[in-house]
Ligand binder design. Structure first.
Ligand code: HXC
Length: 287
């Protein structure tokens, strides 16, 4: 029986799938998020990255723009995700200058190791504010644009062609799946992030918007892993031994997961947590 290829296979990871589409990403100058944005831009899209530090954000945007001739990447600094007005103004500026917002990543996060006994109420609140409230603020700021994107490109009620838009990804962590010492504030914040993502999935699914979570495991080259690498070799070896696949991840593996969720291949995935950690949380519980 001859079955047309498009009935069982989506065209993803090919040039141009995000042509004329716009990605809005908070924390977009960070190690993981900048690579997610880079992949999106390499495949044809334009992007706007948001950060607190003006210089880092503008430089990050300029770096990302080099991946493709003609790419437009806007870096808007001095924007704190804890400030809903500033975030809304950034989303509005992105839409004005780049022609809308079709995809979003809520990636801004704050983290430090601290025993609960030494965690001040303000320290706890700070991480809740950045991760949880910041993700909520991001969703609120971009959602009208994501709904508009779906309307513009047509919510057909069928599998959405690649690049249709109306997709959001929240970056979380696996600490709260099983528990981890020194991370009470982050466990609480990331549990909230997951639930905010799921609420978006349920309430905006009917508009054709999908919402999912990516949970990176220990990724080489990130600030946390760099710090661990500088400690003794035994700690590094032990860290890798606890991961079923026996190694740390690469930022590219998070970028690939992002392309999948934003592509035609991920069009029926909504309200999920995609854990990209080599199976680590199932054996050791946390990064
Ligand atoms: C205990 C601490 C602390 C620490 C800050 N605080 N660092 N408490 N141990 N190491 C306390 C302060 O004393 C203060 O409480 C409160 O937290 C707020 O601190 P501020 O410095 O005023 O806050 P702010 O300037 O907003 O900075 C936020 C931050 C900071 C989260 C504290 O670290 C930051 O900006 N981080 C952004 C970058 C980042 O963290 N990236 C990592 C993301 S990675 P008091 O009571 O004194 O007022 C990620 C995944 C990790 O999230 C994966 C790892 C494998």
């Amino acid at each position: 029986m001859s079955v047309p290829r498009e009935r069982y296979l989506s065209n993803v990871w090919r040039d141009g799938i995000f042509t004329d589409k716009v990605l809005f990403c908070t924390g977009g100058a960070g190690t993981i998020c900048s690579m997610q944005v880079r992949a999106f831009v390499a495949l044809g899209g334009n992007a706007c990255i948001i950060g607190r530090n003006v210089e880092k954000t503008e430089k990050g945007a300029a770096d990302i723009a080099t991946v493709r001739a003609g790419a437009k990447v806007l870096g808007i600094g001095a924007v704190d995700v804890r400030d809903p007005k500033a975030l809304q103004a950034a989303a509005d500026r992105c839409a004005r200058e780049l022609g809308g917002i079709d995809f979003a990543i809520a990636g801004a996060a704050g983290n430090f190791l601290a025993p609960m006994a030494q965690l001040s109420p303000n320290a706890f609140k700070t991480v809740i504010d950045i991760d949880a409230i910041g993700s909520y603020n991001t969703a609120k700021a971009v959602m009208p644009y994501l709904v508009e994107s779906v309307k513009k490109h047509g919510n057909t009620g069928k599998a959405q062609p690649t690049g249709t838009g109306g997709r959001i990804i929240f970056i979380s962590a696996s600490f709260h799946f099983r528990g981890m010492p020194l991370q009470a504030h982050v466990m609480a914040a990331k549990a909230a992030v997951d639930q905010i993502a799921h609420s978006v999935a349920i309430e905006f699914g009917p508009y054709g918007v999908t919402s999912n979570v990516i949970t990176p495991g220990p990724i080489a080259g990130t600030e946390g892993m760099e710090r661990l690498s500088r400690s003794d070799e035994h700690t590094v070896t032990e860290s890798k031994r606890q991961i079923p696949v026996g190694r740390w991840g690469e930022v590219k593996e998070i970028a690939d997961a992002t392309v999948y969720l934003f592509s035609e291949a991920g069009s029926y995935v909504n309200g999920n947590v995609l854990v990209v950690d080599g199976g680590q949380w199932r054996t050791s519980g946390a990064n």
